[in-house]
Design a protein around this ligand. Structure first.
Ligand code: SF4
Length: 308
């Protein structure tokens, strides 16, 4: 074990901390975590932590969710600037004005919000969904209500297609999933006949059209596990996901689909967390997510949506 990893392990023990890591974190961070998962699994795991400190290796809205579900615990985020372009695309004040405008126009609707959003936006919502439970929650919305889906328009369009529910879309998107290169994907499929394309529903429709399987990261792992013979999988989601796929199902070969502007298409926000910052936040017990007034209402929506 290298000295930095050993130092983090020792700090984790002495500080009584639990490390949660998203699948989009570097493999070396996922390796150190007590639990790795997607947003839904991590939110649920956060409610079962029995240590006084949670170190959340992911982006800010995820650490915020962990704090909301654990008000009495200290929640640390190795880099407080680890944001999310998708969450940023839907400011709470703008959403509140839009909801008001719909109400004034007599529209009867419920707001279904993707978990990649700020606590203030969750507090304005009826439901919070992840890619793992979105379809099930959308089906719970009463038929006589329209659905205002925020902030990811690509996930919204995909859900509208599979559930048949008419939606009003917010114009947000993830900077990573939006820019997969369809041209490169088609070329890769030609080069590897028999390969299987896995795509996250945050990808635009033109990528989903060329995919064999559409699902969140947990669903991808389950799907890959169904194949015992070695296969080539072309993966259209954040490339660190391939580390987890390789670990769980090493019999296969995984190939990242490149982005239009960048060959690896890594999330720059997730990449802000490093082993050094993880060590430093354990030493200083900072930066931490502080409680905000909107967390009470956001917590009600989160518990109703994700924990029941
Ligand atoms: Fe946000 Fe996209 Fe990065 Fe996920 S991959 S944290 S949705 S910018």
């Amino acid at each position: 074990m290298d000295p930095l990893t050993a130092e983090i392990q020792a700090l984790k023990k002495s500080k009584k901390a639990t490390i949660l890591a998203h699948y989009y974190q570097e493999g070396e961070i996922q390796d150190l975590a007590d639990f790795s998962g997607d947003s839904l699994a991590l939110a649920r795991a956060a409610t079962k932590v029995d240590t006084p400190i949670i170190v959340f290796c992911g982006v800010h809205f995820m650490a915020e969710t962990a704090k909301i579900l654990n008000p009495e615990k200290t929640v640390l985020l190795p880099d407080l600037k680890a944001g999310c372009s998708l969450a940023d695309s839907c400011p709470a004040d703008k959403l509140a004005r839009y909801q008001e405008m719909l109400r004034i126009n007599g529209r009867k609707f419920q707001t279904v919000t993707y978990i990649n959003s700020t606590a203030a936006v969750k507090a304005l919502s009826d439901w919070v969904v992840t890619s793992g439970n979105a379809e099930e929650i959308v089906r719970r919305v009463p038929e006589d209500h329209e659905i205002l889906f925020v902030p990811d328009r690509h996930l919204g369009h995909y859900l509208q297609e599979i559930t048949g529910r008419k939606m009003i879309f917010w114009d947000g998107a993830c900077m990573v999933h939006e820019i997969f290169s369809v041209g490169d994907l088609i070329a890769m499929k030609k080069k590897m006949p028999g390969s299987i394309v896995l795509a996250h529903p945050e990808c635009p429709a033109n990528v989903l059209e060329h995919s064999d399987f559409i699902g969140g990261t947990e669903a991808m792992i389950r799907h890959v596990g169904k194949f015992s013979e070695p296969k080539d999988f072309l993966v259209a989601t954040e490339p660190n996901m391939m580390w987890q796929l390789q670990k769980r199902h090493p019999q296969h070969r995984y190939h990242g689909v490149p982005g239009i502007t960048c060959a690896c298409n890594k999330c720059p926000h997730m990449a802000r967390n490093t082993l050094e910052k993880l060590r430093d936040c354990l030493i200083s017990e900072n930066p931490r997510v502080e409680w905000e007034p909107c967390f009470d209402q956001a917590g009600e929506v989160l518990r109703r949506s994700l924990l029941n």
